[in-house]
Design a protein around this ligand. Sequence first.
Ligand code: UDX
Length: 435
Amino acid sequence: MHITMIGAGYVGLVSGACLAEFGHDVVVLDKDPAKIEALLGGRIPIYEPGLEKLVAENVRDGRLDFTTDLNHAVSRAEAVFLAVGTPTRRGDGHADLSYVFAAAEEVARAVTGPVVLVTKSTVPVGTGAKLREIVRRIRPELAIEIASNPEFLREGNAIGDFMRPDRVVIGVDSERAEAVLKRLYRPLFLIETPVVATAVETAEMIKYAANAFLAMKITFINEVADLCEKVGADVHDVARGIGLDGRIGRKFLHPGPGYGGSCFPKDTLAFARTGQDYGSPMRLVETTVAVNETRKEAMAGRIIAACGGSVAAKTIAVLGLTFKPETDDMRDAPSLTVMPLLAAAGAQLAAFDPAGTEVARPLLPAGVRYAENPLDAASGADALVLLTEWNEFRALSADRLKTAMRGDVVLDLRNVWDPAVMREAGFRYHSIGRP
Ligand code: UDX
C-alpha cells in the first residue's frame, strides 16, 4: 500500500519506518527542510534503539522516503497519517490542535483521489468529527474518510511496541476505512494481534483512558510507597503481592520520582480538561495530575532533608536526567523540577546522563557541571541522587562511588541499588518505599 506520514517527529518516524518494514511504500513528510535533509542523509534526529538501522534498511530497499513536498508525498497515498504535535495549549491545559487542523486542510487540498485520513497524534474526543467537517468543506467532491488509529509506543521500546503490540485500535466510520486499515496492519493479524475496531470517538477515548489509567497506577504505587516508608513496609513486595492478582497486573507498579515524558503529563491534563468541558469531571485523573506535580517538588525536599536540612554550598551529583532510560527526551523529566529547586536552595550541581546531556543543558540551571561518566559526576559530591534508572547505573561499584565522593548520602529515587550493599559501603542510603 502507499502511505503518507505527515510529521517526522517521534511517532511519525517510528510508525513510518515500521509500516515500511511491513512492506508498504511510505513517504514521511515534514515541513522542516533541515530535518528532512538529515533523514535523507541517514541521520536520525531522535535517540530510539533500532530506529536508525530500520530506517536505513527500508530507505535502501526503496520502501521509505522523506520529503518536504506535500503534493509529491500524497500523490499515490491510500492512507495519510497525521503524526504532528499536539502540545499542551498555553494557559488552559487543552491539547493544542492547530497543527492537526492545519495539516488536515493542506492534505485535503493536495490529495488527488479517495483517501483515508488517519490520526496517529493523540487527539481529544471529537477531533475526528471536526476533521470530517474540514475535509468535506475543502473537498466536497472527494471521498476522504476519517479514521483514528492511536499509538501506544513507549520511548526506548517503540519498535518492539509497534511490531508486537498488545492490540491495534482502529476507529472508523465506514467499511472502506476499516478495510484500508486492516490491510495496513495485516502482518500483525498474522501473529494474532487483537484488533479493536470501533467508532472514531471511541478510539480517541481509548487512547486517553489508557494513558490516564497507567498514570493513575504509577501515582497510586508512589503514594503507597510513601506510606510504606512510614509504616516500615516494603513497596516492592506490596507491588508484587497485589500485581499477581490478574485483575491488577504487575506492570507499571514501580515507584519513582513521578512520571514524566511526552505523553502522560500532557494527556492526563487534556483528558481532565475534556471531562470538565463536558460537565463530567474526571476527578481521579485530576487528582493524579496534582499528586504527580507535587511529587516532583517533594523529591527536592526529600534530598534537602537527607542532607541534614540544607544543601547550601553542598555539592549534589545527579545520575540520569531524561524522563526515563534509553531516550534523550527531557520532556517533563523530574530533573527539570528537582534540579532548579536544589540550585535555588544553594546547591552546587554535577550531573551525568548517558544520552540526554545535550538536550538537557539549555533546560537546566546554569552552573551545572556535566560529567563524563557516573564516577566523575560523583567525584567530590556530598550527596548522590539517582533520578533515572539507566542500566549502566545498576552495576556501579558502591565502594568506588564512596571513595569518589566527599559525603555519604545517597538517594536512589528508582530503587535500583541494594540497600544492604549500599549501607555496607558506608552510605546513608535512602530509597523509595523500602524500610
Ligand atoms: C507512555 C505509554 O506507555 C505509551 O503507551 C504511550 O503511547 C506514550 O506514553 P512513554 O512516555 O514513552 O510511554 O514511557 P513509559 O515507559 O510509559 O513511562 C512513562 C513515565 O512513567 C516515565 O517517567 C517512567 O519513569 C514512569 N513510570 C513508568 C514509573 O514511574 N513507574 C512505572 O512503573 C512505569
